[in-house]
Design a protein around this ligand. Structure first.
Ligand code: SF4
Length: 239
């Protein structure tokens, strides 16, 4: 069944309120990085556990000391430093390429100028860079010290939104960014948009698991067609 957009907006807000009661609001930002450092961090984090991409990031900072030195180092040295993350052989040349392009375009290696652009323009600029899609651009805008208003959608967030019927799985994670952000109240602050990202992600990590979601204990069950279907099926099996 297709849900009308107005109903989806109401559903998104209700879900946000319920999950905020559990996971909190005014959630502390987990990074205090400048936008360029956040971009490198986001490029390292693709399909990698946070702890491992964090180690790779720290290795780069400790071993090279500046993004200029990372840019100009032999690719093998960068690859070696980021071995804790997945696909270091692909990520090392990609990161160096991105650092070189930013230097060429801007004349220096920093992204602080993004603070003077509106969010849509800043995201469009970032997404021109190789390997940078909506999730990475949203991460740079939201998680960095820019503290801008942008909604990153990770796989947990995406899964919860699909199961609730807010979006269809076929649109995919990349396109879901705009759809999900547009369903948030326009008056949401950057912090509230960040909170929405955090509570949806945490719910996917702690309750709405990829396999065997804990629907019985879920505060969203009465709103969730998937959860009701799962429990009905289980009840039917037990009869
Ligand atoms: S009811 Fe089940 S499927 Fe729906 S959001 Fe909760 S845990 Fe996920």
């Amino acid at each position: 069944m297709t849900i009308a957009t107005a109903d989806k907006r109401a559903l998104v807000l209700e879900v946000h309120h319920r999950l905020s009661k559990i996971y909190g609001n005014q959630i502390k930002y987990f990074h205090d990085l400048d936008p360029l450092s956040e971009l490198v961090s986001a490029l390292l984090s693709h399909r990698t556990k946070n702890s491992n991409s964090g180690k790779a990031f720290d290795n780069l900072v400790d071993q090279f000391g500046s993004w200029e030195k990372v840019r100009d180092a032999p690719v093998e040295a960068v690859q070696e430093a980021i071995t804790p993350c997945t696909w270091p052989e692909q990520k090392a040349p990609r990161i160096q390429q991105v650092l070189r392009i930013i230097t060429e375009l801007r004349g220096s290696l920093q992204l602080d100028f993004l603070a003077d652009m509106d969010v849509a323009a800043a995201r469009a600029w970032l997404e021109e860079l190789p390997g940078v899609g909506p999730k990475t651009s949203a991460a740079v805008i939201s998680f960095s010290l820019l503290r801008g208003k942008a909604l990153p959608v990770d796989s947990h967030h995406f899964r919860v939104a699909v199961r609730l019927g807010i979006i269809e799985a076929k649109i995919g994670e990349a396109r879901s960014h705009k759809v999900l952000e547009d369903l948030l109240p326009p008056g949401f602050t950057a912090q509230e948009v960040y909170d929405n990202h955090q509570v949806m992600m945490r719910h996917g990590q702690k309750v709405c698991f990829h396999y065997n979601p804990n629907c019985k204990e879920c505060v969203l069950l009465d709103l969730c067609p998937t959860g009701k279907g799962i429990l009905d099926k289980k009840a039917g099996k037990n009869h």
